[in-house]
Design a protein around this ligand. Structure first.
Ligand code: GLP
Length: 245
């Protein structure tokens, strides 16, 4: 695991965008695993700026998002489908037909998850997986558990995730209680992984991810076993990791 410290959110976002755009420049038809949440917004904004300057071209790229709330339509402003269009896809020259997000509008969880899994497997998994991290160490929506999950599956969100994500909804009751998420095994099959984290609220999760025991109680801790994983975090998120200068 490579850990890169930077001073703040903007610096973290630029570094992450640099790595993503390098991937696309080196392999124009790269398969990118993408993430939602507030953490990656700055990186997406930076990529849009470079696209506008003609520095990076997404026309051949395909994308596979980590997760989606169960029960939200693609047009629902709280859905991750909507988030990705608004924050990234609508502003670059990506072909929307090449963008993929688990289908939260399909209430048949087994079918929705199996078909997403089949899709990601059929393309040979992603070249670069971008990840944020939840306050409790979750990745995608893989919550702390007794065992690591494998493929795409339906999860009951924990109280702590519902609360953390409620800031993006009008009322806490509006936060969906279930989501479809790529499993930990699928995430680990990415050829490279880029985790971004900022702010003090993530400090314990970042400490546990990078230096704790590898345990399903901290899903992100398994990333220590990936052969090509980079963490970019700001000073606040690394405040409990004095070993990283
Ligand atoms: C959600 C998403 C995760 C994301 C996490 C942290 O639960 N499913 O993919 O990493 O929130 O979000 P934020 O970046 O807003 O802190």
């Amino acid at each position: 695991m490579r850990i890169i410290r930077c001073k703040d959110y903007d610096a973290m976002s630029r570094k992450a965008a640099n790595i993503i755009s390098a991937q696309v420049i080196m392999k124009p038809n790269a398969k990118l695993g993408l993430a939602t949440g507030t953490t990656p917004i700055g990186a997406y904004q930076q990529l849009i700026k470079w696209y506008e300057k003609d520095d990076v071209d997404f026309s051949q790229v395909s994308t596979y998002n980590l997760d989606e709330y169960r029960g939200l339509s693609h047009e629902d402003p709280q859905s991750y489908h909507y988030f990705m269009r608004k924050n990234f896809f609508d502003h670059v020259n990506i072909d929307l037909a090449n963008t993929h997000v688990p289908d939260g509008s399909n209430l048949d969880a087994d079918e929705a998850c199996a078909s997403y899994d089949e899709l990601v497997k059929s393309v040979g998994y992603v070249d670069l997986q971008l990840l944020g991290i939840g306050n409790n160490g979750h990745i995608g929506f893989n919550e702390p558990d007794e065992a690591f999950s494998k493929g795409t599956h339906c999860v009951d969100l924990t109280e702590s995730t519902i609360q953390a994500n409620s800031r993006l909804f009008e009322r806490e009751e509006d936060v969906p209680r279930q989501a479809y998420t790529m499993g930990v095994q699928t995430i680990m099959r990415a050829r490279s992984i880029l985790v971004i984290a900022n702010g003090e609220a993530k400090a314990q999760a970042v400490r546990d991810m990078c230096f704790g025991r590898v345990t399903p109680h901290v899903p992100a801790s398994i990333l220590q076993l990936h052969t090509n994983c980079t963490v970019i975090a700001d000073d606040a998120a690394l405040s409990l990791c004095p070993e990283i200068k």
